[in-house]
Write a protein that binds this ligand. Structure first.
Ligand code: ZN
Length: 407
C-alpha cells in the first residue's frame, strides 16, 4: 500500500512538473461507452458549411470549495475564447506559420449562454451546484445529480459543459457525437476554464474547452491517437505523436510528410494554450458536416434558446410547493427547416386563427405577412432571398417566434 502511494505520488509529481496537457477523451471513449467512428456527412455539398451556427450552452458549475465555484467573469471569458477560436478571430492567428495559414479554417460557430431553460423559463445559462465530491474522474459522475453532479439538459438543444475539480489525470474530456444523451457534452477542470480568475498555467487561455468541444464536434486528435496515426482529416499533416509545451516551427517527426512538419499549433494537438491557434479547413468541414439535415447535431440549426426575443422567457406558473404544475406547452412546428420554396407552420396548444404570421430579417425588417386561417399554413418563400429569418405569430399575448433558414 505504501509502495502504491509512493508510486502515485511520484506520478503526480512528474505530471505537475512537466505540466503536460492531458485530454481524457480517448481513454474515456475506450471505456466502451462511445464509438470513435464519426457519422457520415458531407458539408461541402451543403450550404451549412458557410452558415453561422449558434450553440446555446449550459454551464454546470460543481463546487466543493469556494475556489471551485468560479466567477461569472471567468465563465464569460471562456465563452469569449470559444467565439474567437471558432470564428478565426483569435488574436494569435498571427502565430500560425505562414505555410499553414492557407489551411486555417473559420468554423463560423458561435456559443452563447442559454437564455431559456428546457421548459422555456428564463435562465442565466449557469447552474451552480455544491457537491460533496472533492474531485471527479472521467467516469461521468459529474453528469448525474444522484452522483454528486448535475443532470444534463436536452443535448439536442444545449451544449452541456460541466466545470468541476478534475483529478490530475486530465484537463478535460468530451463526448463524440452519437453517444448517450444524458452524457453528451464536455467536462473541463475549473482551473483551466477561461482566461481570468482561478487558473493553472500554461492552460490559462481557455483552449481546453476549445479542444474538448472539437471532440464534441467530431474531431479526433491530430496524431490519430497512434504512432503516425490518421485523424481522418486530409489537411492536417501526419505526425508521429502528440506535441506538448510549445515546439519551434518547423517540428519534424518520424512520419512528417514534408519540411513543414507537425501542425503542433492545431487546437486538436496537446500543446500549451498559448501555442495553439487554429483549426484547418477540413476540420471545419468535418465539424460542419454534423449539422446537415439528419446529422447528429442538426437540431442546433433551429436553436433559439439564446434568443432574448422569445416570449416564453417568462416563468411558468408554479404551485406553492415550488413543484411545476403540468402545463400543456403550446408548440409551433416549422418544416422543412432549412426550407427551399415553401415552409409549413403548424401550431398546437393555442389558437392562432385570426392572427398574422410575420417574417422578419435578422435585422428586424418585415418582409412578409400572412393571415393565419387555420392551425397549419404554408408560406411561399419563392420571392424571398436566401437567409435567416425570424417568424413571428401574434402581437401582444401568445407571441411565438421561430428561426427559419431559407436556402
Ligand atoms: Zn482531446
Amino acid at each position: 500500500m505504501r509502495l502504491l502511494a509512493t508510486i502515485l505520488f511520484l506520478c503526480s509529481v512528474v505530471l505537475s512538473a512537466k505540466a503536460q496537457r492531458r485530454c481524457g477523451t480517448v481513454g474515456y471513449a475506450q471505456q466502451g461507452a462511445f464509438a470513435l467512428n464519426r457519422p457520415v456527412g458531407n458539408a461541402s455539398t451543403d450550404t451549412v458549411l458557410n452558415q453561422r451556427i449558434n450553440i446555446p450552452v449550459i454551464i454546470h458549475v460543481l463546487y466543493n470549495t469556494a475556489e471551485q465555484n468560479i466567477s461569472d467573469a471567468q465563465i464569460l471569458s471562456q465563452l469569449a475564447v470559444l467565439n474567437e477560436d471558432y470564428n478565426r478571430l483569435n488574436a494569435d492567428t498571427v502565430m500560425t506559420p505562414n505555410v499553414f495559414k492557407p489551411l486555417a479554417g473559420n468554423a463560423k460557430i458561435s456559443f452563447c449562454l442559454a437564455r431559456l431553460d428546457v421548459k422555456g423559463r428564463a435562465t442565466t445559462g449557469i447552474i451552480r451546484t455544491y457537491t460533496t465530491q472533492q474531485s471527479f474522474t472521467a467516469n461521468d459522475a459529474m453528469k448525474y445529480s444522484a452522483q454528486g453532479g448535475d443532470d444534463a439538459w436536452d443535448c439536442t438543444k444545449y451544449l452541456n459543459i460541466w466545470v468541476c475539480n478534475l483529478d490530475s489525470i486530465s484537463l478535460g474530456y468530451g463526448t463524440f457525437p452519437g453517444g448517450p444523451a444524458d452524457r453528451d457534452g464536455v467536462v473541463v477542470g475549473y482551473n483551466v476554464f477561461g482566461t481570468v480568475g482561478v487558473l493553472r498555467t500554461p492552460f490559462n487561455k481557455g483552449r481546453t474547452a476549445t479542444h474538448e468541444i472539437g471532440h464534441w464536434l467530431g474531431l479526433k486528435h491530430t496524431w490519430g491517437d497512434a504512432i503516425c496515426g490518421d485523424d481522418s482529416i486530409a489537411d492536417t499533416p501526419q505526425q508521429e505523436y502528440y506535441n506538448t509545451g510549445c515546439p519551434s516551427f518547423p517540428h519534424l517527426s518520424a512520419c512528417s510528410p514534408n519540411a513543414n512538419g507537425d501542425m503542433f499549433m492545431d487546437f486538436m494537438d496537446f500543446t500549451d494554450d498559448g501555442c495553439m491557434n487554429m483549426f484547418t479547413v477540413d476540420q471545419v468541414m468535418e465539424m460542419k458536416s454534423l449539422f446537415v439535415a439528419g446529422g447528429p447535431r442538426s437540431s442546433f440549426l433551429n436553436a433559439y434558446q439564446c434568443d432574448s426575443l422569445m416570449p416564453q422567457g417568462g416563468a411558468l406558473p408554479q404551485t406553492p410547493s415550488g413543484i411545476d404544475t403540468v402545463v400543456v406547452q403550446p408548440t409551433i412546428s416549422v418544416y422543412p427547416n432549412p426550407a427551399h420554396e415553401k415552409v409549413t407552420i403548424e401550431t398546437s396548444g393555442f389558437s392562432v386563427i385570426g392572427k398574422t404570421a410575420y417574417l422578419y430579417t435578422a435585422t428586424g425588417i418585415k418582409i412578409l405577412d400572412v393571415p393565419v386561417t387555420q392551425p397549419k399554413i404554408t408560406v411561399n418563400l419563392s420571392g424571398v432571398p436566401a437567409g435567416i429569418y425570424i417568424l413571428r405569430i401574434g402581437e401582444v399575448t401568445n407571441v411565438f417566434t421561430a428561426k427559419i433558414i431559407h436556402l
